[in-house]
Design a protein around this ligand. Sequence first.
Ligand code: ZDP
Length: 281
Amino acid sequence: MYFTKVHGLGNDFVLLDCLERGEEKIDFPSLARKICDRHFGIGADGLVLILPSDNSDIRMRIFNPDGSEPEMCGNAIRCFAKYIYERGIVQDREIKVETLAGTIIPEVLLDGNRVTAVRVNMGQPRLERREVPMLGTGSPVVDEPLLIEGKEYRATCLSMGNPHCVIFVPRVDEVQVPIRGPLLERHPSFPRKTNVEFVEVLGPAEMRMFVWERGAGETLACGTGACAVGVAGVLTGRTDREVTVHLAGGDLRIYWSASDNCVYMTGPAEEVFHGEYLIEK
Ligand code: ZDP
């Protein structure tokens, strides 16, 4: 089974072209668990499938390393768009991609024929509590106290297709992400669990974040997470609508447009290598 290894800011994925093979007969949750393993497999933060679509140009599915299937993935969709465009699978610079979060539209940015970056219309953030989904009452969920093991967190929660819980902290370097992250990911308020972002505001247009991803653990970057952080900055009055978000793996530009209410994410995408995965039968 031939694959391509890609990453966006060190958030890395195994890309499988399933345009011909389709998605029959393969147990993708189990394949994702094996392939994403960094010692017994290829190693990745997710398995991404390229599939034909009935209602868009193309379709993307993604599986977390634990085999769960998230609705969307911001870093993967930039890599996905680069792959699709550079191979001429879709010739438009704006590619309509069917996902479980609806149709998402990445636009490739070019230097000649090479895709150097991708700007993605990530759609409108979902601010209703039940859309996160999160238990309790009242929307939007802004700086809401969550008590875990005697420690109070102030959570701003929203969905970018997938659930996010944004925690603003004075100093992000001091957060023990592998300890705090999973406690919030599995907090009973989140029936579908949640991705968790710890964020420090550096200025009105600049933030630094670390992410704990649902079903994946700590990663170097999270595209949907950076978008959620941009929205949370505006909702809580901490930042402007256009910000640079510094992640462990690099920077993303996030813009939450007041005119169409959509979030635009701009960042790089890299293709690293091709290989053949030898599936054990
Ligand atoms: O929602 C989830 O379960 C995430 N683990 C999906 C992956 C999100 C990602 N990090 C992104 O960039 O949006 C890939």
